[in-house]
Design a protein around this ligand. Structure first.
Ligand code: SF4
Length: 334
């Protein structure tokens, strides 16, 4: 029997109304997340990739309930959010680490106080919370005697991000959402923080959602990868399936745009041209059809749903793979 997922998002929709029209009316709707579904198994890392504006950060905010979906459901441990589990409890069990390590910390709080703040608000005594802060500083590789009394401006970007990870761990979460959490760091510091994240995951049995524009880092960190395009899931599957046999032309284009040190693997033609279309008025049918070199008549007319491919949980939203779609390239590799 397949175990129930730790976390499940079904048919999530989040649209943002643009104000500024005549007499305060709306100028349109940004369809940031449109019918997105995925599961998270306990202990796995799900990578989320896609160009900016694809909806990955909105998805992250929906997962941690920083914003509420317009439609769709979220369950954690089989408990439906809003019915069997409160938003407050979900937010305790799912923590997030953001990209901007400085903005995430209160400049007036020492590192000890920053980490102890959340537990104290949740009823822990000041002494216990301070002890926990010291333990967590140690755990993220910052010697408590040196760092507990420091302020954010006295730390490097990598050290601040370690403190942000410690703050997230102070709630003993089940899931940590890492939204471009290492993207602002130098490459050597980034590698150290990635190693720390891998160690913490193994030690504490954490489950990660790892969002990054860096496909090399996502490959290194993830068990499965979800590729998003204009607010929808284009493809989802194991790292092996996505990186060695991408089925969606968008995934294939993203991968061939990855920088490579191997001169034999350099891309000579631009794999992906132009910016993604405006999410206020996305193209009909397959949203990628305006940039897809395989686009056919059906692509502009009918939106492809996610279709299961051979291989563990590999799904793709592309007419090339949907039986009976009449796409001229039906069955041809992306
Ligand atoms: Fe390209 Fe058509 Fe597949 Fe969309 S459905 S990715 S336009 S081939």
């Amino acid at each position: 029997m397949i175990p129930a997922p730790l976390f499940s998002a079904q048919n999530l929709v989040k649209h943002f109304r643009l104000k500024g029209g005549l007499l305060g009316s709306s100028r349109g709707v940004v369809r940031a997340v449109d019918n997105v579904s995925f599961d998270l198994a306990e202990g796995e890392t799900l990578g989320i990739v896609g160009e900016s504006g694809c909806g990955k950060s909105t998805t992250a905010r929906l997962i941690v309930d920083l914003i509420s979906p317009d439609a769709g459901t979220i369950t954690l441990g089989g408990k439906l959010l809003g019915k069997h589990i409160s938003a407050r409890e979900l937010r305790r069990q799912i923590q997030m680490v953001f990209q901007d390590s400085y903005a995430s910390l209160n400049p007036r709080l020492t590192m000890e106080d920053a980490i102890a703040f959340g537990p104290k608000v949740n009823g822990m005594s000041p002494q216990q919370a301070a002890r926990l802060a010291h333990e967590l500083l140690e755990r993220v590789g910052l010697e408590p005697r040196r760092f507990a009394g420091r302020y954010p401006h006295e730390l490097s970007g990598g050290q601040r991000q370690r403190v942000n990870i410690a703050r997230a761990l102070a709630f003993s979460p089940k899931i940590v959402v890492l939204d471009e959490s290492v993207s602002a760091l130098d490459k050597s510091v980034e590698a150290q923080v990635l190693n720390l994240l891998a160690d913490l995951k193994a030690e504490l049995g954490l489950t990660y959602v790892f969002i990054s524009h860096d496909l090399n880092v996502v490959r290194h960190m993830s068990d499965r990868v979800m590729v998003m395009y204009l607010g929808q899931v284009a493809e989802i599957g194991t790292v092996e399936a996505i990186y060695s046999a991408p089925a969606h032309p968008y995934t294939a284009a993203l991968l061939s745009a990855m920088p490579s040190m191997d001169p034999d693997r350099r891309t000579m033609e631009a794999p992906l041209t132009g910016d993604p279309p405006n999410p206020i008025n996305p193209p009909a049918g397959c949203r990628f059809h305006t940039r897809c070199k395989h686009a056919d008549t059906i692509c502009a007319a009918v939106e492809p749903g996610l279709f299961g491919l051979p291989g563990e949980g590999h799904q793709v939203a592309c007419h090339i793979h949907i039986p009976g779609s009449n796409h001229r390239n039906r069955g041809v590799e992306a």
